[in-house]
Ligand binder design. Structure first.
Ligand code: FE2
Length: 666
């Protein structure tokens, strides 16, 4: 007889302990062991326990293990969360089997040895068989669903709780999320206001309910929201830094002239345009979209154009706003020299349009829905043993569940967004479909995006500075890992699983639209490196940039109204404080919005920061070292960002690696 020493590591998480009997079978190239009971009545969370599996002869090289569990008589059936199994063979070889998932049923679960294998590396027929079985099961567990024509496909599920265990929230996250959601209004002391459909009588009253504000920045926004400097700053470093672009020629439908705008130091608009000092934010995607009806009242959603000037003192300032796309007498171009309320009202309409553009385009579509597409395609097409699965799976954590929750509680028929946002309801899917066809691969890669928007010359643009640093650090890590596994373009072309993965993304995420520039297949190693970097960046950094500041910038409602209930002024000189207050959303709509952005800006206590890999999917030295180097570079960047922020009036923290979550999880 020969003995195999089997060490089982159970995850240290709530409910990971099992009172069930666990069985293991070792499968090698020459033979397999008996299905053997690990002789214990309880396997505790966080425990490391060693057992012996005896076999008549050596099994050869170990290929996989099979695990299953059975309920003991009179004891409850429960789920178990093993992290990994380590086996020492009689030949003194050490094998590691990464698991990191729940086992909650009575089925037999197969886990491959940790060394990453591409499909053409499979020399063992049992390994090949296990690989096919795994993918066949996964394509059933993770099926596509058509959410709405023209919009990316989603996971097919009957709500968050029907998702497979391995992609559900942890107990900690579920409890905290439910608690925060249920108590959000109460914690913000807004509870008595949810049924109050009256309009605000003055801004001081909003201040009264906002008193329990909990971020220094939301406080700052409340104080400065009317200022042109802060209005412009938000296009660079607020929650939506994705729209602004340099403007060398004015769009034909935005007829601003030299004599309309005041440019200091004797310069003119045409001269500043030529010199690259003029910037444009064009909300054309929102043109023609039907605005919602809220509590029986028609709402208003504009598609404005905003012109900004970079002054010699490096400050960006707004110089003209047109609220609708088609120039007309009743669509005046508002200027900073107009009356206080004309100009402020124009800016409020822009900020409200930005709420929609930000939430639907920058946030929902370009991070949440795309991250879901990447995750579903990964789970369907790449087995656990594939090197790219190991690279990307940590960046899919909780994404499917948070999106299922969002579809139910935010944009479902009775969701907060549907009930209380100008772009809720019918407009939402129309806008998403329009936006999807305008996504390009280049716009998802920050180095290309900054070039295409011609934003290298903008001063104080921290989203760009931190984002490019992060991209470069991430690119280096991804490059290291991919080049370790793929030595030539031929190997990329031969990897049929990789090709199915990208094809599925192209078809179900981008609806086979070739103008997006999303690859339909991979031909070279550099193509795969860039695409995988984009997937990782989108699911972590880009989401953090557009998610984490939601309460900072949106908590004080007048700075980011989710809807407006009066049409914009059609001539100058007709606005006042009273018209502004009548335009802003009523009290109950305001507090629902505040509670929602508050919930969505909360960090969970089981948050995993960027570059942390608590679940070791790689067992080989090279990728593990690359992960250590990746984290070390992120730590250095975090220090540099912290130092930079000390000198800033508004610290830019959203892309501090310490605060970026590994995945779209909120
Ligand atoms: Fe989010």
């Amino acid at each position: 007889m020969v003995d195999y020493e089997v060490t089982v590591y159970t995850g240290d998480r709530v409910n990971a302990t099992t009172l069930n009997g666990v069985h293991i079978k070792l499968v090698g190239t020459d033979a397999e062991s008996e299905r053997t009971w690990l002789r214990t009545l309880v396997i505790f969370r966080g425990s490391v326990s060693t057992y012996t599996v005896s076999c008549p002869n050596s099994l050869g090289q170990l290929v996989l293990i099979e695990l299953d569990k059975r309920q003991f008589f009179l004891l409850p059936d429960d789920a178990w969360f093993p992290d990994q199994v380590e086996i020492k063979s009689p030949e003194q070889d050490r094998y590691i089997f990464p698991i990191h998932c729940w086992i909650s049923d009575r089925e037999t679960h197969r886990f491959r040895e940790g060394k990453a294998l591409r499909i053409f590396d499979e020399s063992n027929s049992l390994g090949q068989y296990a690989r096919e079985q795994e993918l066949s099961q996964r394509s059933t567990d993770y099926d596509w669903d058509l959410y709405y024509p023209g919009v990316p496909y989603t996971i097919k599920a009957d709500g968050p709780l029907s998702l497979p265990d391995e992609v559900q929230f942890s107990f900690t996250k579920t409890t905290e999320f439910a608690f925060t959601a249920a108590t959000g209004l109460a914690e913000l002391q807004l509870k008595g206001l949810v049924d109050n459909k009256e309009n605000w009588q003055n801004l001081d009253n909003i201040n009264y309910v906002f008193r329990n504000k909990d971020t220094p920045l939301s406080d700052y926004i409340q104080e400065h929201w009317k200022e042109d400097g802060l209005f412009a700053y938000q296009f660079l470093n607020g929650v939506n830094p994705t729209l602004i672009r340099c403007c060398k020629t004015l769009p034909k439908n935005f007829p601003v002239t030299d004599d309309m705008v005041f440019i200091p130091d004797g310069s003119s608009l045409s001269k500043e345009l030529k010199e690259g000092n003029i910037y444009l934010c064009d909300y054309k995607n929102l043109d023609g979209m039907p605005a919602n009806t809220i509590q029986g009242m028609q709402q208003y959603l504009m598609a404005p154009l905003v012109l900004l000037h970079k002054r010699p003192d490096d400050k960006l300032m707004p110089i003209a706003i047109q609220l609708k796309q088609t120039p007309a007498e009743d669509n005046p171009i508002f200027l900073p020299t107009d009356s206080t309320y004309d100009w402020l009202t124009a800016k409020i309409f822009v900020r409200s349009a930005d709420f929609t553009e930000h939430q639907l385009n920058a946030h929902l579509l370009r991070t949440h829905l795309l991250a879901e597409v990447f995750a579903v395609s990964l789970l369907r097409n790449l087995p656990m043993v594939h090197p790219l699965y190991k690279l990307l799976i940590p960046h899919t954590r909780y994404t499917l569940q948070i999106n299922e929750l969002a579809r139910k509680q935010l944009i479902g028929p009775t969701g907060v967004f549907t009930l209380f946002a100008a772009s809720g309801g019918e407009a939402l899917t129309m806008i998403l479909a329009k936006l999807l066809s305008s996504i390009t691969f280049r716009s998802l890669c920050i180095p290309d995006d900054i070039v295409d928007r011609d934003l290298h010359g903008v001063p104080n643009f921290y989203y760009r500075d931190d984002g490019l640093h992060l991209w470069n650090i991430m690119f280096k890590y991804v490059q290291g890992v991919i080049q370790y596994y793929y030595k030539s373009d031929d190997e990329i072309q031969q990897d049929s699983e990789l090709q199915t993965w990208i094809r599925d993304i192209f078809e179900h995420g981008f609806l086979s639209q070739p103008q997006t520039g999303i690859p339909q297949s991979f031909t070279t190693v550099p193509e795969l490196i860039k695409f995988a970097t984009m997937v990782m960046f989108t699911s972590s950094c880009q989401h953090a940039a557009v998610n984490s500041g939601q309460y900072d910038y949106g908590g004080w409602m007048p700075n980011t109204p989710a809807t407006l209930q009066r049409p914009p002024p059609t001539e100058k000189g007709t606005t006042s404080e009273a018209t502004m207050l009548a335009t802003l959303p009523p009290i109950n709509v305001t507090v629902q919005g505040m509670a929602t952005v508050w919930l969505l800006s909360r960090q969970s206590s089981d948050f995993v920061p960027l570059g942390h890999y608590p679940e070791a999917h790689y067992t080989e030295e090279t990728p593990r070292q690359l992960q250590i180097d990746f984290k070390a570079e992120l730590d250095m960047l975090s220090i540099a960002i912290g130092n930079r922020n000390q000198g800033l009036e508004i610290p830019y923290t959203y892309l501090d690696p310490k605060k970026v979550e590994n995945s779209v999880a909120i």
